[in-house]
Design a protein around this ligand. Structure first.
Ligand SMILES: Nc1nc2c(ncn2[C@@H]2O[C@H](COP(=O)(O)OP(=O)(O)OP(=O)(O)O)[C@@H](O)[C@H]2O)c(=O)[nH]1
Ligand SMILES: [Mg+2]
Length: 398
């Protein structure tokens, strides 16, 4: 699973990326600091099943700290988009291709309105971030539309002359955008019911198809950044009222806290509702005051920096993934080397046990016999639909 971070320049995309992944990337208060995309690993946070089972675990593909499991998710940072980027303005659309791999998008906005439409600094409250939401969607639609149109002649011919299935033809030509077959099929059916068979579609129908593809295939959450600045609260309220899915965040606060926690100066786990200073002597007055400000402006008002809630929201609520723990030994909850609860997998809701066997390894899938629900000590068949938090053992003929 991949999550792309998008938005106009200078809103805090790279700060959020860095806070999520702890990868050092250039951050500065001017547009186009990022000129290429970056890829890193962030984590979703969940309560680990180790506590329920009363075991000390040795995670391999994830991390467990005090009963809290952090499971990796791929994050992509991108360069800022300005109006008409799809036509090549600003840094153009070359990086847009990077987000074609993304399963969902986080649109970072400057909720305080302290950057204009092109990302230049202005006084807080001057710019309306709602405009950014509208323009970004338009840019993305134009970008996908330009790709759909590029292939339209070929799709049209194969459907009208060669009598190919339209969904198949669309899937083949649009494969670079990584829309799933079910998304293409659903978007196609909707437009077919309005416009008729594909060869009859006019520009309006093609645009409508593109919008549906984007909305279903690259769902977007708005990350309302810079909540520590004035005007952010009012703007967020307005954006919510306009019907958008918004999570208030302060990317820079999360980055500061994570850095201090990594030096053992504070105690803070991403997503915690508070932090605690453990080495006051290691903080000069300026940093101590900055922490106090973070506490007052962010934690007391919003209950946290919002960065962890954001990534959890995207993965669990929007993409509807669940967590499954595979173990080889159902009694010891271990893998073949004795590691307890070694892996936690993120899989889409609806995944069956047999699909899961293939996700673990093609060979496990091919030689799948049956599975065990470790909690209930029940045998499971291949068509069992996995539930969030399931601990399963897969028995294969290998
Ligand atoms: N007040 C405040 N400033 C922030 C926050 N997060 C980031 N910033 C600042 O916003 C400015 C831009 O941050 P970047 O992360 O470089 O923004 P970007 O969106 O990646 O910018 P480009 O790469 O130019 O598109 C920097 O000065 C950051 O310190 C925040 O939570 N609050
Ligand atoms: Mg950047």
């Amino acid at each position: 699973m991949e999550i792309g971070i998008v938005g106009k320049p200078n809103v805090g995309k790279s700060t959020l990326f860095s806070a999520l992944t702890m990868v050092d990337v250039p951050i500065a208060n001017y547009p186009f600091t990022t000129i290429d995309s970056h890829v890193g690993i962030g984590h979703v946070r969940i309560n680990c099943v180790c506590r329920e089972f009363g075991v000390e675990d040795n995670p391999k593909n994830s991390i467990c700290i005090d009963g809290i499991r952090f499971i990796p998710v791929k994050i992509i940072d991108t360069a800022g988009l300005v109006p008409d980027a799809w036509k090549g303005r600003g840094l153009g659309n070359r990086f847009l291709n990077k987000i074609s791999m993304a399963d969902a998008l986080i649109h970072v906005i400057d909720a305080s309105g302290s950057t204009d439409i092109e990302g230049r600094p202005v006084s807080p409250g001057t710019h309306d971030p709602l405009e950014d939401i509208i323009f970004l969607r338009r840019e993305l639609i134009q970008w996908v539309l330009s790709i759909v149109k590029k292939h339209w002649d070929a799709v049209y011919k194969s459907v009208s002359l060669l009598r190919r299935d339209p969904v198949e033809a669309l899937e083949e030509k649009l494969s670079g955008l990584k829309f799933s077959r079910s998304v293409i099929s659903e978007a196609y059916k909707t437009v077919e019911s309005e416009c008729g068979h594909l060869p009859k579609w006019n520009d309006e129908c093609i645009k409508r198809f593109t919008e549906l593809l984007l909305d279903m295939g690259k769902p977007m959450v708005i990350a309302a950044n810079k909540i520590d600045f004035p005007y952010a609260e009012e703007n967020i309220k307005r954006i919510r009222e306009a019907g958008y899915d918004v999570i208030p965040i302060s990317a820079v606060s999360e980055l500061v806290l994570k850095k201090l926690a990594s030096q053992d100066i504070i105690r803070y786990l991403p997503g915690d509702p508070s932090f605690e200073i453990i080495r006051r002597d290691a903080l000069d007055e300026k940093r101590y005051k900055a922490l106090d400000k973070i506490n007052q402006l962010i934690f007391e008002k919003y209950g946290g920096t919002g960065v962890q809630s954001l990534i959890n929201h995207v993965v669990f609520d929007v993409l509807e993934y669940i967590v499954v723990y595979p173990v080889r030994d159902p009694n010891r909850l271990s893998d073949k080397d004795g590691n307890i609860l070694p892996d936690a997998y993120l899989v889409p809701k609806g995944t069956t046990l047999k699909d899961f066997a293939y996700i673990i390894h093609t060979d496990v899938g091919k030689s799948f016999l049956y599975g065990l629900d470790v909690r209930k000590k029940l045998r499971l068949k291949g068509d069992y639909v996995l539930k969030n938090g399931d601990v399963v053992s897969i028995v294969s003929s290998q």
